[in-house]
Structures are given as structure tokens and as C-alpha cells.
Design a protein around this ligand. Structure first.
Ligand SMILES: NCc1[nH]cc(CCC(=O)O)c1CC(=O)O
Length: 306
């Protein structure tokens, strides 16, 4: 009998990253060792949009994978750039968490209960644009930092509310802070929100086999459709684009229902459309919806944020 291989799992130091990594490790049927990787994104106080987007969180983990310092990397799928990474494969997309955005407000308030002029914090152009489009008369204020920092803006009275991903709060065990789960009809989530991408080197057959048992086909298809939409719009996570795919059993197998939105940052204009298709054509569904959004005037709304 050969000795079992120990898989080194890389993680960022943030509370969310550690929770996600620990959750994945608990489901792996092999010995593991956790390796903490620090990224520019963890160190910098600058807004993410100013230091090159969410890719900063990802590149350090990918470099460590390719350098053989780690064998497995767990990412929030939302933070992965849409292009492929040479030599690296997403070996598993586990069952997705709730993809919706939530409100964390003072005094248990919901969006509709916020008074005119209330300060709602978010660093996401997508959330800001959709909040502005709701015409609630609230003031969207830019904030940054990890989940604890952003929640702290409400506790400290700097903001009346903040908008966050439900998945992040659930994973760190703070779903109790949520004062309203936002309906995707009001605020459409970011592509891949709530999903994890577990990466390893493409040529590491042992890691690919170990991770493949965690893969969830419906979650993978939903994320593929959403990210194909984003890629075809040539947009990233800092664009005012919402994308949400839901999977239902159709007559000829599982079907994707994909919704997409592009919203002007000031909320003055928006395009929202949907498309359907089989999960076997997830990329095609995303690309078709992107083309329809562009034909409907999305280009002028995407601005220069890229
Ligand atoms: N932008 C950072 C980020 N990346 C992933 C999540 C939450 C977890 C997820 O969507 O999988 C968050 C926090 C947030 O948007 O509130």
C-alpha cells in the first residue's frame, strides 16, 4: 500500500476565504495541509476597482499553484476573470450557495423602509446602479473592505445600510445580520455569485480525481451561462452587469433560465432580458443573451469602468 498524498490547499487570509477553504477541506477524502497566501488585495486599502479589479485576489493563488507551492486553490467564482488560465483547470464547482444580494440595515429596516436620503454603502458599480434605478431616494455611498469592515459601517452609524452577497454572510455564519433578502427582480446578482471554483493544475490527475466528486453539474452549468454572458459583453465584476441562471428540469433534460441586466450607473436607464436553453449549451445561452442586450442598447450603459 502506498502512503496517502497530502494535498496542499492555498487560501487567502480573510475570514470568508478561510471559511470557504475549511468547508471544502472537510469534504475532501484525503489528507490536506492549509497554506496561507497573501495578496495585494488583502494588503491594499485602495478600492478594488483602482488596483486592477478582483483579479488581484486570484493571481497570487494561481501563481502558487503553477509554482507547485500548493495543489488546490479555492476561489469565490465571482472573483475569477472570465478568461482561462494556462495550465489550470476548475476541477470542481460545488453546489452553489444562495446567489442573491442582501441588505444589512440598522434597526431591522428593509430597502422600502429606508428614509429618503438614507446612506446605503456598496463598492460595487452593479449594486450602485441597480439601487439608483429603484428610485428610492437613497444616497449610494462607496465603501470598501471585507465583509466585517462593511458591516461595521452600519454598526458605527456611517451607513444606514450596506448591500452584500448572502453567500458570504452565510459562509462566515452571520446570516443573522440580514434585514432583507433582495429579490433578483430588484437587484440581479453578479455572475457566479455564491458559487465556488476549486482549481488545480490541469496535469495533476490526482487532484483532478479528488476534486471531481465535489462537482455539481447544475451549479457548473448555471455559472457557465452567466460567465459566458459577462465574457461576451467584454465585462468584468466591476461592470454594472447582473446575471442569474436558474436550472429546472425540462421535457428534454435540464434547462437554463438566464436573466441578464445592464444598468446605467446613475440608474437613469437599464436593459433587462432573459434567455433559455439546454444546460448542454450553457455558453451559447449566455452569448445569445449578451448579443440581445447589446442590440438593445447595453453598450452605452457599460461606461468606461470595463
Ligand atoms: N466582492 C467580494 C466578494 N467575493 C465573493 C463574495 C461573497 C461570496 C460569493 O459571492 O460567493 C464577496 C463579498 C460580497 O460581494 O459581499
Amino acid at each position: 500500500m502506498t502512503e496517502a498524498r497530502t494535498f496542499r490547499v492555498g487560501t487567502r487570509a480573510s475570514r470568508l476565504a478561510r471559511a470557504q477553504t475549511d468547508h471544502v477541506i472537510s469534504q475532501l477524502g484525503a489528507p490536506t495541509e492549509t497554506v496561507h497566501i497573501t495578496t495585494e488585495g488583502d494588503r491594499s486599502a485602495a478600492a478594488l476597482t483602482q488596483i486592477g479589479g478582483t483579479g488581484v485576489f486570484v493571481s497570487a493563488l494561481r501563481s502558487a499553484l503553477l509554482a507547485g507551492e500548493i495543489d488546490i486553490a479555492v476561489h469565490s467564482y465571482k472573483d475569477l476573470p472570465t478568461g482561462p488560465a494556462d495550465g489550470i483547470t476548475v476541477a470542481a464547482v460545488p453546489p452553489r450557495e444562495d446567489p442573491r444580494d442582501v441588505l444589512v440595515a440598522r434597526d431591522g429596516l428593509t430597502l422600502g423602509e429606508l428614509p429618503a436620503g438614507a446612506r446605503v454603502g456598496t463598492g460595487s458599480p452593479r449594486r450602485a446602479a441597480q439601487l439608483n434605478a429603484l428610485g428610492l431616494g437613497v444616497e449610494v455611498v462607496p465603501i470598501r473592505g471585507n465583509i466585517d469592515t462593511r458591516v461595521g459601517k452600519v454598526t458605527a452609524g456611517e451607513c444606514d445600510a450596506v448591500v452584500l452577497a448572502y453567500a458570504g454572510l452565510r459562509r462566515i455564519g452571520r446570516a443573522d445580520l440580514v434585514t432583507e433578502v433582495l429579490d433578483p427582480i430588484q437587484v440581479l446578482p453578479a455572475a457566479a455569485q455564491g458559487a465556488l471554483a476549486i482549481e488545480c493544475r490541469s496535469d495533476d490527475a490526482g487532484a483532478v480525481a479528488l476534486l471531481s466528486v465535489l462537482d455539481h453539474a447544475a451549479s457548473r452549468a448555471a455559472v457557465a451561462a452567466e460567465r459566458a454572458l459577462l465574457e461576451a459583453l467584454e465585462a468584468g465584476c466591476s461592470s454594472p452587469i447582473g446575471a442569474l441562471a436558474e436550472i429546472a428540469e425540462g421535457d428534454d433534460g435540464p434547462e437554463i433560465f438566464l436573466r441578464g441586466s445592464v444598468t446605467a450607473i446613475d440608474g437613469s436607464d437599464a436593459v433587462r432580458l432573459s434567455a433559455t436553453g439546454p444546460t448542454t449549451d450553457a455558453d451559447g445561452v449566455g452569448r445569445r443573451l449578451a448579443a440581445e442586450l447589446l442590440a438593445d442598447g447595453a453598450t452605452t450603459m457599460m461606461g468606461s469602468t470595463a
